[in-house]
Design a protein around this ligand. Sequence first.
Ligand code: F6P
Length: 325
Amino acid sequence: MSPIIRRLAVMTSGGDAPGMNPCIRAVVRTAIARNLEVWGVEDGYEGLINGNFIRLGARDVSGILQKGGTILRSARSEQMMQPSGQIEAVRQLNSQGIDAAVIIGGDGSLRGAKVLAERGMAVMGIPASIDNDIYGTDMCIGVDTALNTIVEAIDKIRDTASSHSRAFLVETMGRNSGYLALMAGINSGAEMVLIPEVPTTVDEIINTVKLDYQKGKQHCIIVVAEGFEPDTNELARIINEKDVGFRAWVTILGHLQRGGTPSAFDRWLATRFGVRAVEFLLDGQRGMMTALNGNRVVTVPLQEVVSQRKETPTRFYEIAEILAR
Ligand code: F6P
């Protein structure tokens, strides 16, 4: 029998992702409906180590469903990577009388959650990262909104590209994952997608741009994942130096991909994860992460999540190439 949970903590950590707020709301209100006392931890693991706890009632999460970012704020924490920080995090949770914690975030946040679980805390992780690079779940909170933002931006950039017969290199986020670039490329009809998972030589890139120009294309949109090498500016410099017909411009979308009102899909995913996270904890599950498997919300052990690399579906790369020609 797992010990009874009376006091639950909820926190967001790492890069913010659209949908974190609906997730907090779902955790808080589900927990209250199950007669738990809920505490928010502000500023991610940094706040946890410093003891930044606030009591959360049902009304404290009113009006946040449609808001980007996170009302609990977030941080990237160096301290949580050190044993001294981890010990202090557990001490803070214990001294606050917390019996269980829901941790919403990406790769680093889930590594922190795994450490807390190993140190005896009842923990449930929830995957939230626009990168969609978390092993064990089909989708993370925030991916759908970020993709919609990128596709909308590329649709606009294409207007200028076609009007002026230009090439545009559009850089997307994703750290080492090409997921966002690939899916954005397919869904915006880009001429080329460059991702770290699929090595592409500079000569191949130059040839594609040249052929597209010779075919009479009005524009050439190249979506470049931030992890691709050579980097976006260097690629534009090379294309312009080779004089292949189109001249190249660069747009780095940057942090505008992380903000904004969450899409309906992200609100629903966040809500499902939040509700189920509380239910799974009350059912006695520990050291797990909520995950989307097809259309079902399941749990995956945090140990598995952090020790495996999520593959980007490179078979979609073929689709992107076929449809671009
Ligand atoms: O993990 C989300 C993400 O936006 C990545 O795509 C990107 O590489 C990184 O965070 C940027 O982090 P920061 O906002 O801390 O510069």
